[in-house]
Design a protein around this ligand. Structure first.
Ligand code: PLP
Length: 250
């Protein structure tokens, strides 16, 4: 591991500080433009494919919320960073057989998209005797109007959200925290992130009518965080704009 003050580590620290400041500026400008207070929006830095050393540097720069999308990679990284005051978000497609592992380090899971995963997470939380796990229903807007059980990328069709939300709310150990989406690459919302995020806000509002505490709206990444903030996102998940373009795109 890089020691403090070592040349490469210090250069990386400065690079991350610069990129982080630019992302902060974008968020502040987007909040201003939307007439929202900056405190409405939480930056979650997606550290996937980058090493634990970068997570440590980010923590030193004041980052408190980090996200990962693959358990295989995240488990080790979270263990190496266990001494840091971080909240860990899991944002990737999650297999039920990984629920036990994810529940060891994650504080928030953004990608709950089927009933079997709700039960797997609930029993994992209970068997580990840990605190409640915040869960978001991942909404796949490209599945709107598509035949059920279509497979493809993660996420539930908007029509499936009420049932999933009710299951989370009823599951011991889980707390229904809100909704998440990734702007669709296909379907009616392809290339229209603002419209997609507005549609997510409709879904979020209907959910809040039933579950007032489910206030999180996780939307927006490096390329579309402005559109997400304009629509009403409370959490933006930003990877490459902070850490650099990933060598392996995913
Ligand atoms: C990788 C990833 C992000 C961050 O994407 P960038 O374009 O690098 O900002 C956000 N959300 C999810 C679910 C991701 O997998």
């Amino acid at each position: 591991m890089a020691v403090d003050g070592d040349g490469a580590g210090e250069r990386r620290r400065q690079e991350l500080a610069g990129r982080l400041a630019r992302v902060e500026e974008r968020i502040t400008r987007a909040c201003d433009a939307a007439g929202r207070p900056r405190t409405d929006v939480t930056l979650v830095v997606v550290t996937k494919t980058y090493p634990a050393e970068d997570v440590r540097l980010l923590a030193g720069l004041g980052v408190r919320q980090v996200a990962e999308n693959r358990d295989q990679e995240a488990a080790g990284k979270a263990a190496l960073c266990a001494d840091l005051p971080l909240t860990w978000h899991f944002v990737g497609q999650l297999q039920t057989n990984k629920a036990r592992s994810v529940v060891r380090y994650a504080d928030v899971v953004h990608s709950v998209d089927r009933l079997r995963l709700v039960s797997a997470l609930s029993s994992a939380v209970r068997s580990q005797g840990r605190s409640e796990l915040d869960c978001l229903v991942q909404v796949a807007l490209e599945k709107e109007g598509a035949p059920a059980g279509d497979g493809g990328r993660g996420g539930a069709a908007p029509g499936e959200v009420p049932e999933l939300a009710a299951a989370i709310a009823a599951a011991p150990g889980l707390r229904l925290a809100g909704v998440m989406t990734v702007a669709p690459l296909s379907g009616a919302y392809a290339g229209r992130p603002r419209a997609a995020f507005e549609r997510l806000m409709d879904v979020a509002r209907s959910l809040r009518a039933e579950a007032p505490a489910a206030t999180m709206v996780s939307a927006g990444m490096s390329g579309d965080l402005e559109e997400a903030i304009a629509a009403g996102a409370t959490h933006v998940r930003v990877g490459s704009a902070v850490l650099g373009v990933r060598a392996v795109l995913r």
